[in-house]
Design a protein around this ligand. Structure first.
Ligand code: RFL
Length: 392
């Protein structure tokens, strides 16, 4: 066993979508960085979650000259907001040219790994353990970790915590520095990845029996989401019950059984930790905030953070100007709160409009009225489109 000591401008903790995107932007700008990821590469490559990069994210990748290397083709600009089996197709067509693009999170991560490691020879260290960081106000940050070869120290100028909600970065900030705002929605989703494509439009189905959605995850697969009770376990949802509930909530008795690859239960909650920085440590993505998946914004919000942060780190490295870094949290938080608002709006509307046992008949009726407004008011429809595209 040996020990090593080295230096890098930036150390990024976490090699998920935010860590890898940030590292790719920094490498492209000539700013050296090291990514430390606790999982092995094979694990990171197959983790499946989001499905679409919104229009704002597409524009961001275009500006960094990476859109065509990383993203798939344009996505269908429609959603079937189905109420008790009655389809209403919401068209999201806009005329300014930038469309969201199909890109599962797994596909984006794999393309980033290829670009960062194979093309740019970036430094991503997988399977590392015991990551710890020192981020005193008066000294330069230091990150330590262990691997099969021994223990290692990296002295750096900035550390970025891209290690998700349960990582070590945010946990290293002294008590009392961060203010955490949390909202629990009081219910959960069963998420099931199945070997069956979306055949028409992506579906968000409001139903008296509870919410369900079917969203595309590639040419052969889709993910179903079903509202369930907090405390439900995977064992409570055998495949037979899953397909019965899908047919019931989608209002389509003809839906056939397909192979179910995995099931997961996710409690729906919103969380914001502020400020998103402390000393020379900056938090990005799920390390800084969580949104309920109803608005499909978590990955897209992470991409916004790292866009702001990459520009600030490049400015600091190239010009020695820290002003953008100092303003990082203040720059990101208004955007974070707009995405929280949209995600909460979507979550409340889709669930309140469904089972009246959830929040009562009054909330059911006004949530359905809200959905009607989307279709009947061009102004309301336009705002919804702008939120979906991430342009608000
Ligand atoms: P990630 O992707 O979780 O990556 C964090 C990385 O940090 C590593 N890590 C550590 N590394 C070193 N040391 C430690 N101590 C570490 N602790 C953790 C982890 O192994 C991992 O590699 O967070 P990141 O990069 O901030 O990205 C956030 C997104 O992953 C997340 O917001 C989205 O997946 C949310 N999300 C969706 N977002 C969308 O924009 N559209 C969607 O349709 C969408 N669908 C979803 C979702 C999230 C879901 N779940 C699982 C909550 C659907 C689901 C089911």
């Amino acid at each position: 066993m040996s020990s090593s000591r080295e230096h890098s401008k930036v150390v990024i903790i976490g090699g998920g979508v935010s860590g890898l995107t940030l590292a790719t932007f920094l490498h492209k700008s000539g700013v050296p960085c090291i990514v430390l990821e606790r999982r092995e590469r094979a694990y990171v490559e197959v983790r499946q979650r989001a499905g679409v990069v919104e229009a704002r994210g597409v524009r961001m990748f275009e500006q960094w000259g990476l859109a065509d290397k990383l993203l798939g083709g344009p996505v269908a600009q429609t959603i079937d907001y189905r109420v008790n089996g009655n389809s209403r197709i919401f068209e999201m067509g806009v005329d300014d040219g930038t469309q969201g693009r199909f890109c599962t999170q797994q596909m984006l991560v794999n393309n980033l790994l290829r670009e960062l490691i194979d093309v740019m020879a970036g430094d991503v260290r997988f399977g590392v353990a015991d990551i710890a960081l020192r981020n005193d106000k008066d000294s330069r940050p230091q990150v330590t970790y262990a691997d099969a070869g021994g223990s290692h120290v990296i002295d750096c100028e900035h550390v970025v915590g891209c290690d998700g909600n349960l990582g070590v970065s945010r946990a290293s900030i002294p008590d009392g520095v961060l203010h955490t705002t949390t909202h629990e929605f009081g219910y959960a989703w069963l998420a099931a990845l199945v070997e069956a494509p979306v055949t028409g439009h992506p579906i968000m189905a409001v139903s008296d029996h509870g919410f369900a959605a079917q969203l595309p995850r590639g040419p052969h697969r889709s993910r179903y989401y079903l509202q369930c009770t907090l405390g439900d376990r995977i064992e409570d949802w055998p495949d037979e019950r899953l397909w019965d509930e899908i047919r019931l909530r989608m209002g389509d008795a003809a839906i056939g059984i397909a192979q179910v690859h995995d099931k997961d239960i996710i409690a729906l909650r919103s969380v914001v930790h502020a400020p998103m920085q402390y000393g020379n440590l900056f938090l990005a993505g799920d390390a800084a905030h969580l949104v309920p998946p109803t608005g499909a914004k978590g990955m897209n919000l992470a991409l916004h953070d790292v866009d702001v942060l990459a520009r600030a780190l490049v400015r600091a490295a190239v010009d020695g100007d820290r002003s953008m870094l100092d303003a990082y949290s203040d720059t990101c938080l208004p955007h974070v709160w707009k995405y929280q608002e949209f995600s909460a709006w979507m979550t409340d509307t889709m669930h309140d409009a469904g089972d009246p046992a959830l929040h009562g008949e009054f909330r059911q009726a006004i949530a359905r009225a809200r959905l009607d407004t989307l279709f009947e008011s061009p102004l309301a429809g336009r705002l919804h489109i702008e939120f979906q595209r991430g342009m608000v």
